[in-house]
Ligand binder design. Structure first.
Ligand code: ADP
Ligand code: MG
Length: 375
């Protein structure tokens, strides 16, 4: 990539490195955040998802240092804080749950060390991200992947992008304690410029999807700036609930259940698990319809899929919130907006809209107005 195309966040990280460690880094890596177009809360049920990498990401810069082997000093520009970790003696992942951002770094170091099968040297690292943290745009995957890619390049480890995604996911699940699927890490590692990435989370296969048949459009991300508490607890409740539902229905992946099977076992599932299962199977079908509609240039059907996804996340999966509902309602009503829905884990975070370029200003204004007048 010519240096003029390098994300400016890398320059920010380099400057912070000089401030913090007193000299220049020798290596740099960058990984993007993502926005999910459709297929929400289905990745941990082996479902289909359609995220795309975005032009915001996390930069990680570093060098090896002469300190005792395994001593890793990481400065996070975003957290304005340092963490010092002993990469070769990190202890069990569960000990790190609830320990904030250093648990993500500890997870990447520990899992990577296990996969390459030998100890890590001492390193000095700075991370800087222009993905807003906790806004549903996967700052966590961008952080994990940039760190993983940096450590690989500093140490000459040759890992495929999908392998790095698997390490990052294991780090987030095992150390940060977030029972996530593979979507965020896989699209951050394997996203293709100018395309969304269809991921079958049961097989972890990826297919780039061009949105070009829909004609000129912009992908608008609207950060509600709302962060509701208990997000990780509510997320875990959904992930556990989906697993339980798949056992009751006798399928390996909940996405494999047919709508008829889900309906016929409503009594055995009970209200909550029935709603979760209905969301997963209908959302999976919506991803398939969305892809077909994109290929046919059928913007109206794309919009219906996004509206259906939002309604299902709001009513069946119950991960939306009044602020996101207001943004989506306001945006969807603007002429030139193809479709709009909440995106990411929910309980606050962001909405995504597919918008004709000439309707960008009006949809942004509508979202702003919805938030400022109602909340
Ligand atoms: P999202 O991934 O949607 O932004 P998450 O709650 O999954 O939200 O991840 C956010 C967390 O990831 C932060 O609270 C922090 O612990 C960690 N994180 C992300 N980016 C950075 C960063 N640049 N520096 C330190 N920690 C980060
Ligand atoms: Mg995340």
């Amino acid at each position: 990539m010519p240096s003029s195309d390098l994300p400016s966040i890398i320059a920010d990280a380099r400057r912070a490195f000089a401030d913090h460690f007193g000299a220049g880094p020798t290596h740099a890596a960058h990984a993007p955040g993502r926005v999910n177009l459709i297929g929400e809360h289905t990745d941990y049920s082996g479902g289909l998802v359609l995220p795309m990498a975005i032009n915001a990401g996390c930069a990680a810069v570093g060098r090896t240092s002469g300190r005792p082997a395994g001593r890793v000093g990481i400065w996070s520009v975003n957290q304005n804080e340092a963490a010092t970790l002993d990469a070769n003696r990190l202890g069990p992942g569960a000990d790190w749950h609830g320990k904030g951002w250093s648990s993500y770094a500890a997870g990447v170091l520990a899992v990577l060390r296990d996969r390459v099968g030998h100890d890590l040297p001492s390193m000095e690292i700075v991370v800087a991200s222009d993905v807003p943290l906790g806004a549903g745009l996967s700052s966590s995957a961008a952080f994990e992947l940039s760190l993983c890619a940096l450590i690989c390049s500093m140490n000459g480890f040759k890992l495929a992008p999908a392998e790095m995604a698997s390490i990052a996911r294991a780090a987030e699940r095992g150390y940060a304690g977030m029972p996530c699927g593979i979507m965020d890490q896989l699209v951050s590692a394997c996203g293709v410029k100018g395309h969304a990435l269809l991921i079958d989370c049961a097989t972890e296969t990826t297919t780039p999807i061009s949105l070009a048949p829909l004609g000129d459009l912009a992908v608008l991300v609207i950060d509600s700036t709302v962060k509701h508490t208990l997000v990780s607890g509510e997320y875990k409740r959904r992930a556990d609930g989906c697993e339980e539902a798949s056992k009751i229905l006798g399928v390996k992946w909940l996405r494999d259940a047919s709508p008829e099977l889900v309906a016929s076992r409503a009594g055995a599932l009970g209200d909550e698990l029935h709603r979760y299962a209905r969301h997963v199977v209908t959302e999976n079908a919506r991803v398939e319809s969305f892809i077909r509609a994109v290929a046919q240039g059928d913007a109206a059907e794309v919009g219906r899929c996004m509206a259906g996804s939002h309604a299902s996340l709001r009513d069946d999966f119950r991960v939306s919130c009044p602020e996101l509902d207001a943004i989506v309602d306001a945006c969807a009503a603007v002429p030139g907006v193809i479709g709009c829905r909440m995106t990411g884990g929910g309980f606050g975070g962001s909405a995504v809209a597919l918008v004709r370029p000439e309707a960008l200003d009006a949809s942004r204004d509508a979202a702003d107005l919805a938030l400022t007048t109602r909340f």
